[in-house]
Design a binder for this molecule. Structure first.
Ligand SMILES: Nc1ncnc2c1ncn2[C@@H]1O[C@H](COP(=O)(O)OP(=O)(O)OP(=O)(O)O)[C@@H](O)[C@H]1O
Ligand SMILES: [Mg+2]
Length: 472
């Protein structure tokens, strides 16, 4: 679960708690207040009717008229009874007139001079009813009673509407709160994501990458500590590289001296055994020189300056020239194929070193009598050169390990080598933003490939120069 989701969940939980704690008592209070208001309103209406009818108790027609008007206004039923509880008038009609209501508790209360109020469910009407009964006073005596009966459904639906409005307010508050939480969580998570991106760049070899100090003070502290660590790592790695480069460089001069002396000693002796030993020693110095060369290639800065636009087919052709002799002696047929347009931006020495290492491997690890091909090609984005052989290929378990420094594959027994060749090729390919791969070919053999970003077409000026007589 992401940090953002966790924070949102925590916010939602707290918001829901707060909203429920605030709104539930509010809704209860609201319904109680509406209820009380309706009841007191009904009571004052009933009292008003009682005072209106107090002088007209004997006049049935007049009573009916007053009741019809007030019942319409109230939206309920109004009845008037005399002091003995007999019905004098009913807004609902005349059919029930003169029946006795004295046994109804609210009427009995009113006839005793007390106002009464209550609710009851009417099965015939199928709704809850609020009834309010008040005494009708004449000359300080109870001369009858008025009872008003109203449906409370309207009141309840009004309370429901108010509660729904409260819920809506709660939902809006929740959504607003979650919106704010979303932004806040984003501002917390983004610096962490930035730090992760930078860490990945550093892991990928970019030791100049630095985390942006942003976010809270703690997050800035982490970024600063991370940057300090990367800085130290970069410095110590650079120091190590410089040491290897210096040591390799310093060893070269005495090694050349040693080789020259061995050569000279070989020329001076007539003893064939001594000469054989001296020649073997010379080969050892050559191996040592090769190893120092590889170490120097690895130790050079990863961003090795600016390159030049190289046509890969031309570089393959020069490599062919360099390796024709060795290929002939090892019994291989070496050839180059590919299209002429593929160009990359790189240093000529680096491309030559990559090709040399790959061709050396192909000759070393494929049997005599087979062919080795240097292929070049590319598309709009990438160009590549590949050295293909018909040897045993590589075992899938070894895969990436073959590119590790000083790692020699299971198929390398019996051949000389240090296990640095592919590591050098990979380092040089990365230096020019490319990559190196070693795969098996269909039909047997290995295909070692280096892909580099395409350097595009030559500029129009250059094309024109090349097209002109004497140009190119
Ligand atoms: N064309 C190939 N066919 C089969 N195996 C190969 C091929 N190229 C490389 N390998 C395997 O990969 C291993 C690593 O190659 P790498 O060039 O790094 O070292 P090396 O050739 O052993 O020594 P050196 O440092 O002299 O090149 C080799 O030991 C070999 O087992
Ligand atoms: Mg090699």
């Amino acid at each position: 679960m992401s940090l953002r989701t966790r924070l949102l969940a925590a916010f939602a939980y707290v918001l829901v708690l707060v909203i429920v704690a605030l709104e539930v008592p509010l809704a209860l209070n609201l319904s109680r207040r509406v209820d009380a208001e309706v009841k007191s309103e009904a009571q004052s209406q009933a009292a008003l009717i009682a005072s209106t009818v107090s002088g007209r108790l004997g006049n049935g027609r007049e009573l009916e008229r007053v009741l019809a008007g007030t019942a319409r206004d109230l939206g309920g039923r109004v009845i008037v009874v005399n002091a003995r509880g007999r019905l004098l008038a009913d807004s609902a009609g005349e059919g029930l007139e003169s029946s006795s209501y004295a046994s109804r508790p609210e009427i009995a209360d009113a006839l005793r001079g007390r106002a009464a109020q209550g609710t009851r469910h009417s099965d015939t009407l199928g709704e809850d009813l609020l009834f309010t009964a008040v005494p009708v006073l004449r000359n300080g005596q109870t001369a009858g009673a008025v009872r008003v009966t109203q449906s409370v459904d309207d009141v309840q639906s009004e309370v429901r509407t108010d509660v729904l409005a409260l819920i809506a307010v709660g939902v809006v508050a929740l959504l607003l709160g979650l919106g704010v939480a979303w932004l806040l969580a984003g501002s917390l998570a983004e610096p962490l994501r930035g730090l992760a991106r930078t860490a990945r760049r550093v892991a990928g070899g970019d030791l100049e990458a630095r985390a942006k100090p942003e976010g809270s003070s703690e997050q800035r502290e982490v970024a600063a500590a991370f940057n300090e660590m990367t800085g130290r790592l970069g410095r110590s790695l650079r120091a190590q590289r410089e040491f290897v480069a210096n040591a390799s460089h310093q060893l070269r001069t005495p090694l050349t001296g040693l080789r020259l002396r061995l050569e000279a000693a070989g020329l001076r002796t007539d003893d064939p055994e001594v000469r054989r030993q001296l020649e073997a020693a010379e080969r050892e110095t050559e191996r040592l020189a090769h190893l120092l060369g590889q170490l120097l290639s690895l130790a050079r800065e990863p961003d090795g300056g600016t390159g030049e636009r190289l046509l890969l087919a031309e570089e393959a052709e020069s490599a062919l020239g360099r390796w024709e002799g060795p290929a002939r002696s090892s019994g291989h047929e070496l050839e180059a194929s590919g299209h002429d347009g593929a160009a990359a931006e790189a240093s000529r020495a680096d491309v030559a070193a990559m090709l040399d290492n790959l061709i050396e491997n192909a000759l070393n690890y494929s049997p005599a009598g087979t062919s080795v091909t240097i292929e070049t090609g590319g598309d709009a984005a990438w160009v590549w050169f590949a050295v293909c052989d018909r040897g045993p290929g590589v075992s899938p378990e070894e895969g990436e390990r073959l590119f590790e420094r000083f790692y020699r594959g299971s198929g390398s027994t019996g051949t000389e080598g240090t296990g640095l060749g592919l590591a050098v090729v990979e380092a040089l390919a990365k230096r020019w933003s490319g990559e190196a791969t070693l795969r098996n070919r269909d039909g047997g053999g290995a295909r070692a490939e280096v892909r580099l970003p395409a350097a595009g077409l030559p500029t129009p000026d250059r094309q024109l120069d090349e097209a002109l007589p004497g140009g190119g």
